[in-house]
Design a binder for this molecule. Structure first.
Ligand code: CMC
Length: 427
């Protein structure tokens, strides 16, 4: 028998159906609330609000579980390639070899960016933050690819998807190369998806391109770990912008802007800057723990805490292990890795962090790996965006195919009641 929730307001009772997900998550379906009672819910930051039903990613923050389309993040990070994960997230199933080959071929076929885009990039100062540049270039793609996607056409939808998967890595590479004063280049279709991205980013104009296998494997793993995370700030942004029937590229550009903030994807850059600051200050981690606990100090321990995980972020566990492995394989010693481990140890034994369930999140160790791979600090969040791209696409597609209504929250108005206009001389 289906369950019902009852709400009583001023002695009048209202009934609402209870919705249950496949992992037994329970929600009260309040779609009829305002129409029946003239009352709305108030939930700043949407801490208790489900914005949609989704079949893409499952996350259990209490148990530290993350799964894409039912597959555990641990298994995917260990056994899958990033391109397979892209396919899985967007189309719902792991690809056969044939499907994967076709998918890759179609992406490669779309990996040329209009040369005029270079002139847009030229207009940015070198000092511009790469996330701002990437968001702008992604939005500019709309102008160069104006035909709108007919979401009811599977073919149109597929074309838009392979187009962005082909062009976005070029924009990422160009964003970095501009910063580093390197000539802009295109990919090499003979390489794997991730290796090609690496080549586009790092190839020097006067050298043959060579790369250590460990670098590509580490990059692949990081991209998989960032590929989706259900209704986070940037993904909700992509869905809500797309819900007004803005196109895919415009919605993605908005998602990039949302990801940029230090409370979201921007935390990976903030973590390395924090670890460097601790190092420059003599390496005393306890001093920074005290600052993080001080309510009069705005400092937060970056890379710690999560809206949903109240246990270890499973991605952080994998990344911590990978950081040790990658640095070992590449023969790199980075003193901030030890500072990070020291900080984690102190925090995990501290009452403040224990009582608030604050654990390291995905961003705590990722920057250390990015740095070991030679990626500049202000490009870290761009790498997060590159990883999150398939998740954003999958969520946008699900939202559009599900014919979701336009996202439009309500508010409780607390401003002035009606006032009579005063002329300037009366004010
Ligand atoms: N350092 C110190 N105190 C913290 C931290 C932190 N990193 N995070 C949360 N707290 C405290 C916070 O002050 C509050 O304390 P009190 O109850 O005494 O007021 C309590 O913990 C709950 O925090 P909140 O801000 O209400 O929690 P939230 O769910 O709104 O915020 C968060 C989640 C991720 C924004 C927050 O933990 C944070 O700012 N962390 C640092 C930034 C960071 O690492 N962000 C990356 C998130 S993971 C990557 C991604 O997907 O974006």
């Amino acid at each position: 028998m289906s369950k019902i929730a009852t709400l009583e307001i001023d002695g009048k009772k209202y009934e609402f159906p209870i919705v249950e997900g496949t992992e037994n998550e329970v929600a009260i379906d309040i779609k009829s609330l305002r129409a029946s009672s003239n009352v709305i819910t108030l939930d700043p930051g949407y801490k208790n609000t489900g914005s949609c039903e989704s079949a893409i990613t499952f996350l259990d923050g209490e148990k530290g579980i993350l799964r894409y389309r039912g597959y555990s993040i641990e298994e995917l990070a260990d056994k899958a390639s990033f391109l397979e994960v892209c396919f899985l997230l967007i189309f719902g199933e792991l690809p056969t070899q044939e499907e994967l080959t076709k998918f890759h071929k179609d992406i490669k076929g779309q990996s040329i960016v209009d040369e005029d885009m270079k002139r847009i990039l030229d207009g940015f100062p070198k000092s511009a933050h790469p996330m701002g540049v990437l968001a702008s270039l992604t939005n500019a793609l709309v102008a160069f690819n104006p035909s709108s996607v007919n979401v009811d056409s599977e073919e149109d939808m597929y074309k838009a998807i392979v187009k962005i998967l082909g062009k976005f890595p070029v924009l990422v590479a160009w964003t970095m190369r501009k910063k580093m004063s390197l000539p802009l280049n295109y990919g090499d279709t003979s390489l794997g998806y991730v290796e090609n991205i690496h080549k586009m980013m790092f190839q020097q104009p006067n050298e043959d391109y060579k790369v250590d296998r460990a670098v590509i494997e580490a990059l692949d793993k990081l991209l998989i770990l960032h590929a989706d995370h259900e209704q986070n700030c940037s993904t909700s942004t992509v869905r809500i912008v797309g819900s007004s029937h803005s196109g895919l590229f415009a919605s993605l550009s908005a998602g990039i802007a949302a990801l940029w903030g230090p409370l979201h994807g921007g935390a990976n850059q903030a973590v390395i800057e924090m670890l460097e600051a601790i190092k420059a200050d003599g390496g005393d981690t306890s001093k920074f723990i005290l600052k993080a606990k001080d309510k009069n100090d705005s400092f937060r321990l970056m890379g710690f805490g999560h809206r949903v995980y109240k246990n270890f972020d499973p991605r952080a566990k994998i990344i911590k292990k990978a950081a040790d492995e990658v640095l070992g394989e590449l023969g790199i010693e980075d003193p901030v890795l030890d500072i990070a481990k020291g900080l984690e140890k102190v925090a995990l034994e501290d009452e403040y962090f224990i009582s608030r369930n604050l654990y390291p999140n995905v961003d705590f160790y990722s920057g250390i790996i990015y740095r070991a791979l030679g990626i500049p600090t202000d490009m870290f969040t761009v790498m997060f965006a590159l990883g999150r791209l398939p998740g954003w696409i999958a969520q946008w597609k699900e939202m559009r195919l599900g014919k979701e209504p336009i996202g439009r929250p309500r508010q409780v108005y607390i401003g002035h009641t009606h006032r009579t206009f005063k002329t300037r001389s009366e004010r």
